[in-house]
Design a binder for this molecule. Structure first.
Ligand SMILES: [Zn+2]
Length: 112
């Protein structure tokens, strides 16, 4: 395996991989907490860092057909959520390019 380059986010209120503490995103990028993932509560973020993406797949979700790819931590490769590549319903287009992270796999850093 090649060398992994890990980015460190500046500032407060960082969400990190629960297993290895690699920074993934920040409260500033949070769009919604009203999402549900495989494990329960999930959050929609504008963007993140330090993740790997899987093969694009078409998935029929409650809100219609979407093309998504799984997101894994760049360091420990734990599944964290998914990225929306394409939404087919006009009302869901705002999700394109954005990421879902499941609460169960996240930990909070510098929230005090
Ligand atoms: Zn990790």
């Amino acid at each position: 395996m090649g060398k992994i380059i890990i980015e460190y986010l500046e500032g407060q209120k960082i969400y990190a991989c629960k297993k290895c503490n690699v920074h993934v995103t920040n409260q500033d990028y949070l769009i919604s907490k009203q999402f549900t993932g495989q494990s329960g509560t999930a959050f929609l973020f504008d963007k993140g860092v330090n993740y790997l993406t899987g093969i694009p797949e078409d998935k029929k979700l409650r809100t219609g057909l979407h093309t998504t790819q799984d997101i894994m931590c760049i360091k420990c490769q734990t599944y964290l959520g998914w990225k929306y590549l394409r939404a087919y319903e006009q009302s869901e287009k705002y999700k394109e390019g954005k990421i879902i992270l499941e609460k169960l796999y996240l930990t909070k850093i510098k929230w005090n």
